[in-house]
Design a protein around this ligand. Structure first.
Ligand code: ATP
Ligand code: MG
Length: 553
């Protein structure tokens, strides 16, 4: 799929080109390695587009590998959702792997390390291990258990595996260097005890490898050539290399780091997203306000727009923060020619056209998409009663207000000029209806040019209008959460007004819209038919993005 190639050049691509040219590799293998402890978000899309894109471009392979070495947080629901999301983004993995299928291999490698005198069983508690580790300025201290004999270590490790100890009672540590300037090399824990049922291996294991030990072995076993991860792992690269070296794996994968994606106004940590789901701040992982792939899908973002966005932001060795408006720009671009144009009234105000014959309905012609003539024409009814937007009327307008006010004339898109003659109010003084007159000579397309009006309003014919719900979204967080470390502060930042629901109307011909259909509502923006909430009686439209933005690419 050449569309999926990473078209811009970047430093990782340069490395791949060099490695192929020098003969270091005949072909490349990349992997996308999510931990199935949550749903994928837009940050993961960056990694997906990079990994799959590189393999596509250089005729290599990409594995989807579930990095499922922590039984406490992982779940089959997440495995299924991740597969669906990767496919929806337009990618097909060459192999589907589970790190948990390699537990035997990892166990053998741990034994090899023990035999080589490169790993030992430690009885220190997690707390003590932390204390002994030292700091950036002070070297660490060796554990009193560091010099156990190979035989003793082999026996204890076997007992760990056989369930003879409780959680946290013992760990297996790599024996590297307690005074290394790189703290990651101060005898990192490589195996821990966790009496927990694993989603894939059930109760077979009660010891589990740590990420830093497991990940290089997974890469090696799969023949991954370029193991691409985010910048936080840069300091772990020496440990990655140590594991590959010490475990004597056949393949010698190499780790490369790139800057992770951060977006303005957007939470991007699975832990926090999970909290929003668990505490029911949102309606599930696929809530349209969520930056998850499934949330973006339900909101109406297209795979093309996400892929194009990920390519445009590029791949660098620094983590920057990208304006969320850039993502919005790409969905607008993608939908501009694809989405039919239509009219919808979010906050309706009834208008009676008093000089229009009672009982008459005429059909007016309108382009489906003036920017894409191939989409053809649609017909929309017009009659004596219509709805307009409440915001398009003001009883006492300021200067330069060109919409409807008493005595003023405006154009109705695709129809006629109407003039506001009378304002009807309820007993509380609220405007509930307008009485207008229309001028039959002004019909759209008739070439009428005797007088001009400044405002053009959208409208929907009232008797055939389809009741519809409109959902508009504001950021989930009131301000950037990057600074907050405490759970409480994070939940405090939740925006109580992130969802606005309005009951309005759409054109008569939209009765049968289906979940996932996308439209551009004149003057409002792009909307997606919500696949979960839409019923036969009432479509629900999610605002994907408004029409205009100050964003310049
Ligand atoms: P989170 O911190 O959101 O939980 P994670 O890194 O723990 O994310 P993983 O499931 O381990 O999530 O990630 C799978 C892959 O996606 C990793 O290679 C990781 O580097 C990459 N990734 C995750 N978040 C981002 C991001 N914001 N930008 C780019 N890549 C990301
Ligand atoms: Mg992770």
């Amino acid at each position: 799929m050449s569309d999926n190639a990473t078209n811009a050049s970047n430093f990782i691509k340069t490395i791949v080109i060099d490695d192929l040219k020098s003969g270091k590799h005949d072909s490349i293998v990349t992997r996308f390695p999510p931990e199935p402890n949550g749903y994928l978000h837009i940050g993961h899309a960056k990694s997906i587009v990079l990994n799959f894109g590189l393999a596509d471009e250089f005729n290599g392979k990409t594995n989807l590998r579930f990095d499922d070495t922590n039984p406490l947080k992982e779940d089959q629901e997440y495995v299924d959702a991740i597969k669906e999301d990767v496919k929806w983004l337009g990618y097909d993995w060459d192999n589907l792997f589970f790190a948990s299928d390699y537990f035997d291999f990892m166990y053998e490698k741990a034994i090899l390390l023990i035999k080589k005198g490169l790993a030992y069983v430690d009885d220190l508690s997690a707390e003590e291990i932390r204390e002994y580790r030292g700091t950036l300025t002070e070297p660490g201290k060796e554990s009193p258990f560091r010099n156990r004999t190979v035989e003793e270590n082999l026996e204890l490790f076997e007992q760990m595996k056989d369930g003879k100890f409780g959680n946290g009672e013992k760990v297996l540590r790599a024996k590297i260097d307690m005074s290394s300037p790189n703290i990651n090399l101060r005898d990192p824990v490589i195996y821990r005890i966790a009496h927990a049922t694993h989603h894939n291996t059930g109760d077979k294991w009660c010891i589990y490898p740590m990420y830093a030990f497991a990940h290089p072995l997974e890469d090696a076993l799969e023949g991954v050539t370029h193991s691409i991860c985010t910048l936080e792992f840069e300091d772990q690269r020496p440990l990655y290399d140590w594991v590959i070296e010490s475990c004597e794996t056949e393949a010698k994968p190499h780790q490369y780091e790139f800057g992770r994606l951060n977006l303005t106004d957007t939470v991007m940590s699975k832990r926090k997203l999970k909290q929003l789901v668990d505490e029911e701040v949102v309606d599930g992982w696929d809530d349209p306000r969520m930056p998850t792939i499934s949330g973006l899908r339900r909101r109406g973002f297209t795979p093309e727009s996400i892929r194009n966005f990920c390519r445009e932001i590029g791949v660098a060795k620094t983590s920057g923060i990208v304006d969320v408006q850039m993502l919005e720009h790409f969905v607008r671009e993608d939908l501009k020619l694809k989405a039919p144009r239509t009219m919808g009234i979010v906050k309706p105000l009834k208008v009676v056209i008093t000089n229009y014959p009672e009982g008459q309905v005429e059909m007016l012609d309108a382009e489906i998409n003036p920017e894409n003539e191939e989409m053809g024409m649609r017909q929309i009814p017009f009659s004596r009663e219509i709805y307009i937007e409440q915001e398009d009327f003001m009883e006492n307008p300021p200067k330069k207000y060109f919409r409807l006010f008493p005595g003023n004339e405006v154009r109705l898109k695709h129809a006629y000029f109407i003039k506001c003659e009378e304002v009807i109010k309820d007993e509380n003084g609220n405007v509930v209806e307008l009485h207008c007159t229309y001028d039959p000579k002004t019909k759209s397309g008739s070439g009428f040019n005797e007088r001009k009006v400044k405002g053009t309003l959208h409208w929907v014919e009232a008797t055939q209008a389809v009741p519809a719900e409109f959902r508009l979204f504001n950021p989930l967080l009131q301000e950037d959460d990057e600074e907050s470390t405490e759970e409480k502060t994070f939940m405090d930042q939740v925006n109580p007004n992130s969802l606005e629901i309005h009951e309005g109307f759409v054109e008569a011909n939209m009765k049968d819209v289906k979940g996932g259909d996308k439209f551009q509502f004149f003057r409002h923006g792009y909307f997606n038919v919500d696949p979960k909430l839409t019923t036969a009686e009432k479509p629900v439209f999610n605002l994907i993005v408004s029409l205009k933005s100050s964003f310049k690419i």
